[in-house]
Each structure stands twice: as structure tokens, then as C-alpha cells.
Design a protein around this ligand. Sequence first.
Ligand SMILES: [Zn+2]
Length: 248
Amino acid sequence: MVVGTRWRVAMAGLLAATMVACASAPAGTPNAHTEAHTDPCAANAAQSPIEIDPRTTIAGTISSPDVRYAPTAVVLWNTGKTLQVDYAAGSGNAIVLDGVRFDLIQFHFHWPKEHPIVGLAAEMELHLVHADERDNLAVLGVPIVVGGDGTGVLDELFAAIPGGNGWRSLPANPFDASRLRPGTSAKIFRYTGSLTTSPFTECVRWIVYDRALVVSPRGFAAYKARFPEPYSHPPQPLNGRVPVRPGG
Ligand SMILES: [Zn+2]
């Protein structure tokens, strides 16, 4: 994942709050770094992404995020590595996770995917990045498969990627991020991990969906034409972590 300017500015605040972040990790989540290190978020023991095998996840008494997305103005940004879609502070888009509100800061894409899910042949991955008022991070990860007829939301977005490295554009119409949710039948896995780009800071709350969004072969080709270089971090050791499903 990659984060925006606002978050980078707030890095010092995030690091200062790391103990709090880990102390409130999902209940029932085995967390290898809670006691073994005095600075758990610098331990390099709970990195992302991870491979998720639905057969070995555990059910826990955790909740799914309450997703509160609505149409709003966004900025499309060609970072040179990915399409990033930025939200202004106060856009009203947020999730509520374990009773805490996390505002949507931005979303972006990875090709190839970052979280392999056993049994799901995804090509890409969407990361919706949120921060609470203390700049703790929560990320929704959504797999993306190639198929369909080219009428979906990802085909619309990939047709509108600004053409040059560093270019930004402001679409005329509001964008509705609720269209990026992979259907009502989707379930989630939760675990505590890290940023998948430098500085790989830990204590990030990850919520990964088990259902995929669809982009057409033409839309996928359009994306790779803009970003021909792979932009993906490989799976990292679990180190005792087990993704948790809500409802156990
Ligand atoms: Zn990402």
C-alpha cells in the first residue's frame, strides 16, 4: 500500500501511538509482538501482506467494519506506480471499526495482487486506506479478478487514469466508493500487519475481503499500459498470526 501526504506528515504521531494501536488489535488475533518487544510497531515481525488460507483462519468475537461511503468529489492521481484516488478531509466517507471512526484518506491499486487468498485467482488488489483521529490506520483490501463485460466501476476508473507520471485530475462527477465493495455476500478476514511500502510501519488493522471486484480484460490492459511495472510486495511470514473471521 501507499499513503498520501497527509499521512506521511502524521508519521510521528502514528509512531507515538503504536502501543495504543496494538493494544486495540482485533480480539482473538494472535499477535506475536505484543509482549516480545518494547516497540512492537518497529519489531518487523508482523509485516504485510500475508497469504490467507480460508481453511486455516479462525472464527473470533470481532466485528465487521461499518462502511459509510457516499458520493463525493475526489482527485485522481497517477503516482507513477499506481492510480491513487484522494479524499479531502471532511468528505464524510469513513468506516467504524470496533467503535472507532476511521476516515477514508485514499484508495489505490496493486498489480500483481498483494494478499494471496487460497482458492481465489485474483490479478490485482484494491486498498482503501483509513485513519482515525490519532492517525492509526485501517485498510480494506479487495481482490480484483479479470473478467466481465467492461461496464463496472473499475473499468470507469482505469479509463480515467491521468496520462502522465504525477498528473492529477478532478472528475466532474462525484465518485461513490460504496461501488468498490465486493457484494453483500462477501466476508472478511482481519489481522494486524503493516504498510506494504516503505517504511513498512506495523500495527495497521487489515480487513481483507474474500470476494473480488471485476475488471474487464480491456480495463486490465488499460491499467497495465499506464503502469507496466509490477507494484506489489511479496507475502511475509505469519509469525504466529492467524487471520480472524467475525462471528465465532
Ligand atoms: Zn497498498
